[in-house]
Unconditional design. Sequence first.
Length: 256
Amino acid sequence: MNKKSLGVLVGSLIMSLLVPVVSAQIDLRQGGEQIIELVVDLFEPFFQVLLGGEDYTGLLLFERFLVFILLLSVISLALRNIEIFDDNRAILWIVSVIVPLAAVRFINFAWLNTILISYQVLGIAIAGILPFVIFFFFLHGVAKENPTIRKIGWIFFIILYFGLWATNDAANYAQIYFWTMLIALIFLIADGSIHKFLEGQKWKESEKSGIRGRIAQIDKEIANMDKSSLPQREKDREIKRLMKERKNALKRLARV
């Protein structure tokens, strides 16, 4: 068998193996789409009546459903803290469902759009600041003892965002790049002070941990004092000393 025949044979074998896989993927995709269409066709009229609002049009139906779930979670959590509902779980859930249902069903498009824009702004703010936060902790984690590397990192970050700002045509995106670049410049200038502050916070947390550990140890010593074979007068004297030490430790913990 020559090389050409061998190549044709190998190619045919590979195709025979790939065709069933591709066909299976197509079948799975079609099956998934059919299931989704079935679920939508089954539940959409029901949710339109409940959440559709204006003439049961189902305007922004999925978004209405998300707001309903959000309100249901918050309201049910709030009602659990009211004593009158402790022994009336059925009423608690009835109220928890009716309140968000009435709120969502009769909300108009303008207010719903306002809510959605608020969450859009929140998402943009979090997603926009996340790279900066990650880069900040990366620099102060990897180069915590080397200020030169941190400054080089901030300069690189500023240059990168300057390039994004200068080459972006969309005004909104350009503003995000510009303000991120400006904040990075401030962090570059104040790098030493910021690093000292972070190190100070670490020392404070370490000191707090030590004080809490000592307070826990004092509590154990006081609890074990009843089992001690010491005379009662000595027990009282030792407990008084431990209580005084505990009080001073609590004062130090409050000052840290």
